[in-house]
Design a protein around this ligand. Structure first.
Ligand code: FE2
Ligand code: FE2
Length: 165
Protein backbone atom coordinates (compact mmCIF):
# COMPACT_ATOMS: atom_id res chain seq x y z
CA UNK A 1 0.00 0.00 0.00
CA UNK A 2 1.40 3.40 -0.95
CA UNK A 3 2.04 5.56 2.06
CA UNK A 4 -0.04 8.65 2.49
CA UNK A 5 2.61 11.41 2.28
CA UNK A 6 0.34 14.33 3.28
CA UNK A 7 -0.79 12.37 6.32
CA UNK A 8 2.81 11.59 7.33
CA UNK A 9 3.73 15.23 6.81
CA UNK A 10 0.90 16.20 9.19
CA UNK A 11 2.26 13.68 11.72
CA UNK A 12 5.73 15.21 11.36
CA UNK A 13 4.36 18.72 11.93
CA UNK A 14 2.36 17.59 14.94
CA UNK A 15 5.38 15.87 16.48
CA UNK A 16 7.67 18.82 15.80
CA UNK A 17 5.20 21.10 17.58
CA UNK A 18 5.40 18.70 20.51
CA UNK A 19 9.21 18.89 20.50
CA UNK A 20 9.00 22.68 20.28
CA UNK A 21 6.96 22.78 23.48
CA UNK A 22 9.53 20.48 25.10
CA UNK A 23 12.41 22.78 24.12
CA UNK A 24 10.50 25.83 25.39
CA UNK A 25 10.16 24.13 28.75
CA UNK A 26 13.88 23.38 28.81
CA UNK A 27 14.79 27.01 28.12
CA UNK A 28 13.07 27.71 31.46
CA UNK A 29 14.34 24.63 33.31
CA UNK A 30 18.05 24.68 32.39
CA UNK A 31 18.89 27.93 34.25
CA UNK A 32 17.42 26.35 37.40
CA UNK A 33 19.52 23.22 36.84
CA UNK A 34 22.63 25.39 36.33
CA UNK A 35 21.91 27.33 39.52
CA UNK A 36 21.50 24.11 41.50
CA UNK A 37 24.73 22.52 40.20
CA UNK A 38 27.72 22.56 42.54
CA UNK A 39 30.52 21.42 40.22
CA UNK A 40 31.72 24.21 37.95
CA UNK A 41 31.87 21.82 34.99
CA UNK A 42 28.28 20.75 35.50
CA UNK A 43 27.07 24.32 35.83
CA UNK A 44 28.94 25.15 32.62
CA UNK A 45 27.45 22.11 30.85
CA UNK A 46 23.92 23.26 31.71
CA UNK A 47 24.67 26.86 30.73
CA UNK A 48 26.17 25.78 27.40
CA UNK A 49 23.24 23.47 26.72
CA UNK A 50 20.84 26.34 27.40
CA UNK A 51 22.43 28.21 24.50
CA UNK A 52 22.11 25.13 22.30
CA UNK A 53 18.50 24.68 23.41
CA UNK A 54 17.67 28.19 22.19
CA UNK A 55 19.10 27.09 18.84
CA UNK A 56 16.93 23.94 18.97
CA UNK A 57 13.86 26.16 19.30
CA UNK A 58 14.99 28.18 16.27
CA UNK A 59 15.65 25.07 14.18
CA UNK A 60 12.19 23.66 14.94
CA UNK A 61 10.60 26.98 14.03
CA UNK A 62 12.62 27.01 10.81
CA UNK A 63 11.67 23.40 10.03
CA UNK A 64 7.98 24.04 10.66
CA UNK A 65 8.14 27.03 8.31
CA UNK A 66 9.75 24.84 5.64
CA UNK A 67 6.80 22.48 6.05
CA UNK A 68 4.39 25.38 5.61
CA UNK A 69 3.17 25.20 9.19
CA UNK A 70 2.87 27.88 11.83
CA UNK A 71 5.47 27.31 14.53
CA UNK A 72 2.99 26.79 17.34
CA UNK A 73 3.90 24.64 20.31
CA UNK A 74 1.72 21.72 21.36
CA UNK A 75 1.75 20.60 24.99
CA UNK A 76 4.35 17.89 25.53
CA UNK A 77 3.29 15.98 28.63
CA UNK A 78 6.33 13.72 28.47
CA UNK A 79 8.69 16.67 28.88
CA UNK A 80 6.42 18.24 31.50
CA UNK A 81 6.85 15.09 33.57
CA UNK A 82 10.62 15.08 33.13
CA UNK A 83 10.87 18.76 34.04
CA UNK A 84 8.73 18.19 37.14
CA UNK A 85 11.08 15.38 38.12
CA UNK A 86 14.10 17.62 37.64
CA UNK A 87 12.49 20.26 39.85
CA UNK A 88 11.91 17.64 42.56
CA UNK A 89 15.54 16.57 42.12
CA UNK A 90 16.70 20.16 42.71
CA UNK A 91 14.76 20.49 45.96
CA UNK A 92 15.68 17.02 47.24
CA UNK A 93 19.32 17.74 46.40
CA UNK A 94 19.43 20.45 49.06
CA UNK A 95 19.62 17.69 51.71
CA UNK A 96 22.42 15.79 49.94
CA UNK A 97 26.21 16.05 49.75
CA UNK A 98 27.15 18.35 46.85
CA UNK A 99 28.59 15.52 44.72
CA UNK A 100 25.52 13.33 45.33
CA UNK A 101 23.20 16.22 44.53
CA UNK A 102 25.11 16.82 41.29
CA UNK A 103 24.80 13.15 40.35
CA UNK A 104 21.03 13.31 40.81
CA UNK A 105 20.93 16.37 38.55
CA UNK A 106 22.93 14.47 35.93
CA UNK A 107 20.52 11.52 36.14
CA UNK A 108 17.54 13.84 35.61
CA UNK A 109 19.29 15.68 32.77
CA UNK A 110 20.31 12.50 30.96
CA UNK A 111 16.70 11.31 30.99
CA UNK A 112 15.80 14.57 29.26
CA UNK A 113 18.58 14.17 26.68
CA UNK A 114 17.53 10.60 25.89
CA UNK A 115 13.94 11.67 25.50
CA UNK A 116 15.06 14.36 23.07
CA UNK A 117 17.42 12.03 21.18
CA UNK A 118 14.57 9.56 20.61
CA UNK A 119 12.21 12.33 19.47
CA UNK A 120 14.68 13.91 17.06
CA UNK A 121 15.92 10.55 15.78
CA UNK A 122 12.44 9.27 14.92
CA UNK A 123 11.40 12.54 13.30
CA UNK A 124 14.64 12.82 11.32
CA UNK A 125 13.92 9.37 9.86
CA UNK A 126 10.31 10.33 9.14
CA UNK A 127 11.39 13.56 7.40
CA UNK A 128 13.90 11.61 5.26
CA UNK A 129 11.28 9.04 4.27
CA UNK A 130 8.87 11.67 3.01
CA UNK A 131 11.62 13.54 1.15
CA UNK A 132 11.82 16.58 3.44
CA UNK A 133 15.60 16.61 3.38
CA UNK A 134 16.15 20.17 4.62
CA UNK A 135 13.93 19.48 7.62
CA UNK A 136 15.74 16.17 8.19
CA UNK A 137 19.07 18.07 8.21
CA UNK A 138 17.81 20.50 10.87
CA UNK A 139 16.53 17.63 13.02
CA UNK A 140 19.82 15.73 12.59
CA UNK A 141 21.86 18.77 13.69
CA UNK A 142 19.88 19.03 16.92
CA UNK A 143 19.93 15.27 17.42
CA UNK A 144 23.72 15.24 17.35
CA UNK A 145 23.92 18.14 19.82
CA UNK A 146 21.60 16.26 22.20
CA UNK A 147 23.85 13.21 21.90
CA UNK A 148 26.94 15.34 22.61
CA UNK A 149 25.23 16.88 25.64
CA UNK A 150 24.42 13.40 26.94
CA UNK A 151 28.02 12.28 26.40
CA UNK A 152 29.35 15.37 28.18
CA UNK A 153 27.12 14.65 31.19
CA UNK A 154 28.55 11.13 31.35
CA UNK A 155 32.05 12.63 31.44
CA UNK A 156 31.15 15.24 34.06
CA UNK A 157 29.74 12.44 36.26
CA UNK A 158 33.03 10.49 36.34
CA UNK A 159 34.92 12.55 38.98
CA UNK A 160 31.74 12.76 41.07
CA UNK A 161 31.54 8.96 41.22
CA UNK A 162 35.24 8.88 42.12
CA UNK A 163 34.56 11.24 44.99
CA UNK A 164 31.71 9.05 46.22
CA UNK A 165 33.88 5.90 46.17
FE1 FE2 B 1 17.11 20.28 22.79
FE1 FE2 C 1 18.90 18.69 25.20
Amino acid sequence: MAQNIPELKAVLIDQMEDLLHGEHQLVKALPKMAKAAHAVQLRQAFTDHLEQTRLHVERLQQGLELLGAKAKAKTCKGMQGLVEESEATISEGKDLEPSSADLTLIIAAQKVEHYEISGYGSLRTLAERIGEMRVARLLADTESEEAQADELLTQVAQPLFARAA
